[in-house]
Design a protein around this ligand. Sequence first.
Ligand code: AR6
Length: 166
Amino acid sequence: MIEAVRGDITDQAVDAIVNAANASLLGGGGVDGAIHRAGGPEIVAECRQLAGCDTGDAKATTAGRLPARYVIHTVGPVWRGGEAGEAELLASCHRRALEVAAELGCTSIAFPAISTGVYGYPVELAAPVAVAVAREAQRPPVELVRFVLFSQGHLDAFSRAVAEAK
Ligand code: AR6
């Protein structure tokens, strides 16, 4: 099942939440800052052991004080106009996060709108990429993929992508 809801990813009681991190995995603003603030210092302590993360890849830590069991950190592409492999890298983030979730035995996973904040990826272009991978790459034991959007505009874009993918 794939759904899009408006909310805060740090509130999600799912097995894994995905973080839109940067290559250092040592924290930042936006959703990354919110996850580390709410989850506490354990998460960054584990991140230090991971030696960073390439764009399009994903790595997991536990989730500290968050209701989720794991945080899967991925690094989305910076939008450079659309001709620099952004769509493939964004797809890779979602694919790798779903793979890591399946390896950890997760049945539910929540994604934010990766790359659509500071990294500047237009949400109306990002949403169909994210939803297509969620449909194609979702595999057992993952049963629920939830996109958690912070703004109404982002929710509208993801809701349209979910409806069109059906
Ligand atoms: N819950 C759900 N979505 C959120 C939350 C939240 N608590 N907070 C923000 N968003 P961004 P990026 C939305 O900038 O574009 C960081 O500094 C936000 O409105 O967090 O991938 C990292 O360290 C937007 O729609 O991630 C990197 O340096 C979406 O999450 C860089 O930002 C993603 O916005 C990554 O940039």
